[in-house]
Design a binder for this molecule. Structure first.
Ligand SMILES: [Zn+2]
Ligand SMILES: [Zn+2]
Ligand SMILES: [Zn+2]
Length: 152
């Protein structure tokens, strides 16, 4: 598993931008730290907060997620269902992003952690002179569970 941002990193990043660490910011990041490998929308976060009896409005959740992704602590993603999702970013900028496997039946998003695009990246550099720094690869299909349910 790649090293990801921690609460301490967030505190530091907020300080650099003269922002304060608020209980809301802390509790929103904590959700992601408690759900590694998950891709959560603002609504998902809001539901989890409600389960934890934390009174934070959906608008505040949206604003906090935007701030955390501006700071680079969270990575914002779109999976084609019209709602943005977030995950904790890795701290190593040289490490390329993992791939996402998106089930078109149930909407589940899984991660595939190996890059395996090194040959393609080398080819792109050779043929186009373009140096790849990162990528977002999405595979759309049907997950194992949905296949077993025999729906396709
Ligand atoms: Zn790569
Ligand atoms: Zn599925
Ligand atoms: Zn991911």
């Amino acid at each position: 598993m790649a090293q990801t941002y921690t609460m301490e990193d967030l505190k530091q990043k907020l300080q650099e931008r003269q922002h304060k660490m608020t209980p809301q910011r802390q509790i929103v990041l904590q959700i992601f730290l408690d759900h590694p490998g998950e891709h959560l929308s603002a609504e998902d976060c809001h539901d989890i907060l409600r389960e934890r009896k934390a009174e934070i409005g959906l608008a505040t959740v949206y604003r906090t997620l935007e701030l955390l992704s501006d700071l680079g602590v969270l990575q914002k993603m779109e999976f084609g269902d019209g709602c943005s999702r977030y995950e904790v970013n890795t701290t190593d900028p040289k490490r390329h992003h993992h791939h996402h496997l998106i089930c078109t039946k149930c909407g589940k998003v899984e991660e595939f952690d190996e890059d395996m695009l090194e040959d393609l990246e080398a080819d792109i550099l050779k043929k186009c002179g373009f140096k790849t720094l990162d990528h977002q690869v999405k595979f759309y299909g049907v997950c194992k569970e949905c296949q077993e349910r025999g729906e396709d």
